[in-house]
Ligand binder design. Structure first.
Ligand code: FNR
Length: 379
């Protein structure tokens, strides 16, 4: 693509993230675009996520002879070509008919893990099949019902998912004006519900089948998945139910990272859910160094919220993240081109990450992490 561009050929989809978003806006129904692009409240946290990146910078080194480079890493038993994952994004069939299947296929083709959301529009088993020989990570929104939790986890395990991501920050949905003004249409369309709706334990809690009484099924899902605050003891129960690596998503303070470690997690994700939950929370990148210092290498620290480019990913890695996740960028790619659109976005991120770190003078992640002077103050 890089060479094609220098040859005067324009790529099928924009490489610039702002243009990609603008193009997605033109093709998506308003409720679907708002669901992806929107955030909590005034959008202050979404803006803070971006602003936090503007306050740090790389200090490139020259003449390092780093023609050969390797960004591959093994994280929680998963090999990846670069420390990049596609974050869990629910209800993907709102964006493209193939939804999570397209995302899984594109990610698998590039060897990049795509984390499957509990709110997937395709079943766990279908997505597992679509991911072929690619890595499988499963994200849990913990239902209030223990039987449904056990059933979802058993299905994920049986379908070959190896890493469990437990999202802590969304025990109830954030105040999202753009979704509220559209009566949360994305959630009510029924299309984003295949994982719970296909689950035998979920269906057992319904008087009639979801097909017969969709309204009751949607209310049942809302009762099970939102509105009940839970404590660390509940995490212990999930920990006891999952033998493989377990990562918690939504950590923003060093104390919570410590608590998570005490409760036996194998990794933490510093994230504010892309600014979709607590409006006026600090930019997620500002929370990263404190958590990295407090975890002190005992488990991997992953990061998301606000990454739009490969250079953004480079900065988060330089600040100590072991890997990064993206949400909206690949969602817009999916909207514009299905599997090919996701593929395009991920390739751009990987290529820009390599170009950035190459020009900044690095050859692998160990070198990047060993360097203390890579991040300076505000440009
Ligand atoms: C999300 N996110 C999310 N997280 C999660 O744990 N389960 C989920 O089902 C969803 N669903 C979801 C839908 C949409 C449309 C978006 C944009 C995000 C949060 C996601 O995993 C990630 O934390 C953020 O998207 C990261 O921020 P950026 O990259 O979008 O800025």
């Amino acid at each position: 693509m890089y060479a094609a561009g220098l040859d005067g050929r324009v790529p099928a989809l924009p490489t610039d993230p702002a243009r990609l978003e603008a193009a997605a806006r033109r093709v998506l129904p308003a409720h679907a675009f708002d669901y992806v692009a929107g955030g909590a409240g005034s959008g202050a946290t979404m803006r803070a996520n971006r602003a936090a990146f503007d306050r740090v910078g790389l200090v490139p080194r020259m003449l390092r002879g780093n023609h050969v480079r390797d960004w591959s890493t093994r994280l929680l038993g998963t090999w990846m070509p670069a420390p990049l994952l596609l974050g869990p994004v629910g209800v993907q069939s709102l964006l493209h008919d193939d939804g999570e299947l397209a995302t899984a296929r594109a990610a698998a083709a590039l060897g990049v893990p795509a984390v499957l959301s509990t709110a997937s529009s395709h079943t766990t088993e279908e997505v597992a099949e679509a991911s072929g020989r690619g890595p499988r990570w499963y994200q849990l929104y913990r239902p209030t019902d223990d039987d449904v939790t056990a059933s979802l986890l058993a299905r994920a395990r049986a379908a070959g998912f190896t890493v469990l991501v437990v999202t802590l920050d969304t025990w109830t949905l954030g105040w999202r004006p753009r979704d509220l003004d559209r009566a949360y249409l994305p959630f009510l369309r029924g299309v984003g519900t295949a994982i719970p709706f296909s689950d035998p334990a979920f269906r057992a809690g319904l008087a009639r089948s979801p097909e017969e009484d969709l309204g009751a099924a949607v209310r049942h899902r809302q009762r099970l998945f939102t509105g009940t605050a839970w404590g660390w003891d509940r995490l212990d129960r999930i920990r006891a139910q999952w033998e493989g690596p377990l990562v918690v998503k939504g950590i923003q303070r060093a104390e919570d990272a410590q608590l998570a470690l005490r409760h036996g997690v194998d990794g933490v994700i510093v994230s504010n859910h892309g600014g979709r939950q607590v409006d006026r929370a600090i930019g997620a990148l500002s929370a990263l160094p404190g958590v990295v210092a407090s975890v002190a290498g005992r488990v991997p620290v992953l990061f998301d919220s606000g990454i739009r480019t490969g250079a953004d990913a480079a900065v988060a890695l330089a600040l100590g993240a072991d890997a990064v996740l993206v949400g909206r960028p690949f969602a817009f790619g999916l909207a514009l081109g299905g599997q090919a659109g996701v593929h395009h976005v991920v390739r751009c991120l990987l290529a820009e990450l390599d170009t950035t770190l190459a020009l900044a003078g690095y050859r692998d992640l160990a070198e990047l992490r060993a360097t203390e002077d890579v991040v300076a103050g505000a440009p």
